[in-house]
Design a protein around this ligand. Structure first.
Ligand code: PMP
Length: 389
């Protein structure tokens, strides 16, 4: 009779040691995490309801208040990536039938539109030409015409490399009974943001970009006005996983703690350390460092004859830079050459910019001269390889 094999040993790779090559991540993200953040992530686990861990969560809420420049009690990290933050924002702020005005300047606006429809919002989209942003006049007209419950804008549109100005938008929203929701996934820590002073009502962000953390925790903020809307909902949010009434209760928003889900303990340690590093450097020096590295990048790229995709300087995002692919250049070959020869990630376009641009991230721990210079060297070599220099 045939012998029954108790253990299937065919998947031998499960027994080999994990192998992770060393790469410099200068695309739109993730960026390399700060070494101190990686060390924090390796600390021993605590239970997700243990007082020392809840204390670490409190410290994270406080660190977020500094990073977002808010006094709001309502900051936390959503357990998940930027998309989870995006979904939490829509699911909680929007009730079925609510009008949501979406500023679509690239793929992130497009996705917020898709997501909002899934929560039965009445979505009105405004679009701007690819590589441009909305003017205050555009936004004023749209908000006054539609009187939406929520206006969505993406501060750093990483698919096009644009920086949406928020000047005056908070007041405009207040005057029209609109909540202002802003995506800061690619911008938080890299460019100025003042949640309270600018009258922003809800913000979600990312951990793996300018904050130099690992992916998996989305910084999140609600204003008092946004909390009032949440409290007055007629029906609970259609998602249990991302219900802020429940997540907020885990984070102590109402001065008690209830189990909702198991916080990603190690990722939270990492983000506690990442926020500490932000506080140590200070926001203003951090913003200045990103600005300086952006200029250094463009000095180098211009010397190679490369040009920015975003025509107007005031529309350019400094953290994710889009570079026009010149006629006759194979963009993918430059990307591959950088990876093969320099172990360096640079990226092509996304959505409306696919095939038209390269995208270079200068974010967080990675925003330093030697990295920027390596990117320029890689472009020089990549263009030479194609006989374009
Ligand atoms: N918004 C913006 C502006 C982004 O750049 C990204 C990620 N590239 C996201 C949202 C989504 O974040 P995640 O991939 O972490 O879910």
């Amino acid at each position: 009779s045939e012998e029954i094999v108790a253990v299937d040993n065919t998947h031998k790779q499960a027994q080999s040691v994990i192998s992770v090559p060393s790469r410099l991540l200068m695309g739109p993200g993730p960026a390399n995490a700060h070494p101190r953040v990686l060390n924090a992530q390796a600390l021993p686990l605590l239970g997700h309801m243990h007082p020392p861990f809840l204390h670490i969560m409190d410290e994270m809420s406080e660190g977020l208040r500094y990073a977002l420049q808010t006094k709001s009690k309502y900051t936390l990290m959503i357990s998940g990536t930027g998309h989870a933050g995006m979904e939490a924002a829509i699911a909680n702020l929007v009730e079925p039938g609510d009008k949501v005005l979406v500023g679509n300047a690239g793929i992130w606006g497009e996705r917020v539109g898709i997501l909002s429809r899934r929560y039965n919002a009445d979505v009105v989209e405004i679009k701007c030409p690819t590589g441009e942003t909305f003017s205050y006049a555009d936004l004023k007209k749209a908000v006054e015409t539609h009187k939406p419950k929520v206006l969505f804008l993406c501060q750093g549109e990483s698919s096009t490399g644009t920086h949406q100005s928020l000047a005056g938008v908070g007041e405009l929203c207040r005057a029209n009974g609109t909540l202002l929701l802003v995506d800061t996934v690619c911008s938080l820590g890299g460019v100025p943001l003042f949640a309270d002073a600018w009258g922003v009502d809800c913000i979600y962000s990312g951990s793996q970009k300018c904050l130099s953390g690992p992916p998996g925790a989305a910084p999140f903020f609600m204003s008092e006005r946004a909390m009032e809307k949440l409290a007055k909902r007629k029906t609970p949010p259609a998602t249990y996983n991302l219900d802020l009434n429940l997540i907020g209760d885990y984070w102590g928003w109402w001065n008690k703690r209830s189990y909702h889900h198991t916080g990603p303990v190690s990722t939270f340690y990492a983000m506690r350390e990442a926020l500490q590093i932000v506080a140590e450097e200070g926001l203003e020096p951090m913003w200045a460092r990103h600005q300086e590295m952006h200029h250094r990048l463009w000095d180098g790229l211009r010397s190679l004859g490369l040009k920015p995709f975003v025509e107007k300087e005031e529309h350019r995002l400094i953290t994710v830079n889009t570079i026009k692919v010149p006629e006759g250049v194979d963009w993918a070959k430059v990307v591959k050459h950088a990876m093969d020869e320099y172990s360096l990630e640079i990226a092509g376009g996304l959505g409306p910019t696919a095939g038209k641009v390269w995208r270079i991230g200068i974010m967080g721990f990675n925003a330093k001269p030697q990295n920027v210079d390596l990117v320029i060297d890689a472009f020089r070599a990549g263009l030479k390889q194609q006989g374009k220099l």
